[in-house]
Design a protein around this ligand. Structure first.
Ligand code: HEM
Length: 252
């Protein structure tokens, strides 16, 4: 087992034992709901499966959004024209508010047209998930080839997202390429950053709201400069070996 995973599993196991030992504990988070299930007479899961589930969820939710946002800030830093357009969109939202310090509302979020394009462009280039795995349940014929039943298949989203026949100048960070395109809410054969089909990412909408809220606060309240890092590796997952440190300054 990977060292980091081993440590995380140990922490989770400790948390589980602590919570299991306290029958008075209220249901406060998802982990509590899982533990409540384990306490039932015929639980749907075992302790091992529950711990595995919690680990995978942590990985699927925290790691992905943090990485996407890190790459996002780097791409914004390198593309001041995009920051200008974002600032315009978000300052207009703040100007139209009764209380400028109020939190982002759903209507405001839905009005963030350019921001939605920026988010699509960040996740297209981030390729957080470099491979999606499936198994052929029956022989599948594709363009004269046969994928035999039982074979494992790795779908490779970056091959689609960086294909110049689909995305012109594919390595360029160009949010405007999404302009006037209908919103993609699921996966398509040209966009699969969040997967597609039955196992489509359940966190897609949460991710988008999270990124939009982050961008809203970043461009309305702060200016920033790079302090260090920002080098990218693909192993094949996206990574920042020297981190990416920025310094924030309050605006005005
Ligand atoms: C940038 C952010 C994210 C990206 C790029 C991403 C990407 C993906 C992809 C490609 C899949 C499909 C895997 C497959 O088909 O085998 C997936 C599944 C999943 N994602 Fe995400 N995800 C993100 C954020 C999140 C968040 C925030 C959560 C939870 C709060 C989450 C929870 C899940 C879960 C539970 C699945 C499995 C769904 C299933 O198998 O039915 N993801 N994600």
């Amino acid at each position: 087992m990977h060292g980091g995973r081993k440590k995380a599993m140990k922490v989770l196991k400790g948390m589980m034992q602590e919570r299991m030992a306290d029958p008075e504990r209220k249901c406060e988070d998802f982990f509590d709901h899982v533990i409540q299930e384990l306490r039932r007479e015929k639980p749907l899961l075992t302790e091992t499966i529950a711990l595995d589930l919690m680990f995978v969820l942590l990985f699927a939710s925290f790691e992905t959004t943090a990485l996407a946002l890190t790459l996002g800030v780097k791409l914004l830093t390198e593309n001041p024209r995009v920051v200008d357009a974002l600032t315009e969109e978000h300052e207009a939202i703040v100007r139209n508010r009764e209380d400028p310090d109020a939190a982002v509302t759903w209507a405001e979020y839905k009005s963030m047209t350019f921001t939605a394009q920026v988010i699509m462009e960040i996740v297209r280039l981030a390729n957080i998930v470099p491979g999606i795995f499936r198994k052929a349940l029956q022989d599948v014929e594709i363009k004269g080839y046969t994928v035999p039943a039982g074979w494992g298949i790795m779908v490779c989203p970056p091959a689609v997202h960086l294909n110049p026949d689909i995305y012109e100048d594919p390595l360029a960070f160009n949010p405007w390429r999404w302009q006037d395109k209908p919103e993609i809410t699921g996966g398509t054969k040209h966009f699969m950053a969040f997967g597609g089909g039955l196992r489509f990412c359940v966190g897609t909408d949460l991710t988008k709201v999270l990124m939009a809220t982050f961008i809203h606060n970043l461009v309305t309240k702060y200016r920033w400069k790079t302090v260090k890092g920002g080098n990218i590796v693909r192993t094949p997952g996206l990574g920042f070996p020297d981190g990416f440190d920025i310094q924030l300054f309050p605006k005005n």
